[in-house]
Write a new protein. Structure first.
Length: 131
């Protein structure tokens, strides 16, 4: 939780330090970076002994990963988006950025979940080929 909050503050400072249209490009890039950061927690929790007790199908892993990424990323990235929207366009911008943020997080979670699942498959196939 400490790393999550620290990363959230760092992303907020990055967003607040840029002006104009560059802020929105950075905001979009931070969406993918933030989802990848949360994805590291997924990989850590999936490798725990407790999670190894359950048989996981690849489809179940992918669906669980998408739900985990969305539920863990949305609160943090929503606060970053509110900061960016409020700084750029005052209260109206903060209100209008909320649905855009939800859509961006939803699709970035889908993209990153696909990447994490396929990279995990490649890692397991390469380690089994070495044996």
């Amino acid at each position: 939780l400490g790393q999550y909050l620290l990363f959230l503050c760092l992303c907020g400072l990055i967003i607040l330090s840029f002006e104009g249209s560059m802020r929105w490009l950075i905001w979009l890039a931070l969406a993918f970076i933030f989802v990848n950061f949360v994805g590291l927690y997924w990989q850590e929790s999936l490798a725990s002994e407790f999670m190894q007790l359950f048989p996981w199908q690849p489809e179940e892993k992918h669906l669980a990963l998408r739900k985990f990424l969305f539920s863990m990323t949305l609160p943090g990235f929503l606060s970053i988006s509110l900061m960016a929207g409020f700084q750029a366009y005052s209260c109206l911008g903060a209100l209008l950025i909320v649905p855009v943020c939800i859509v961006v997080v939803f699709y970035s979670c889908r993209i990153v979940a696909f990447y994490l699942v396929t990279s995990a498959k490649e890692r397991t196939s390469s380690t089994s080929a070495k044996r």
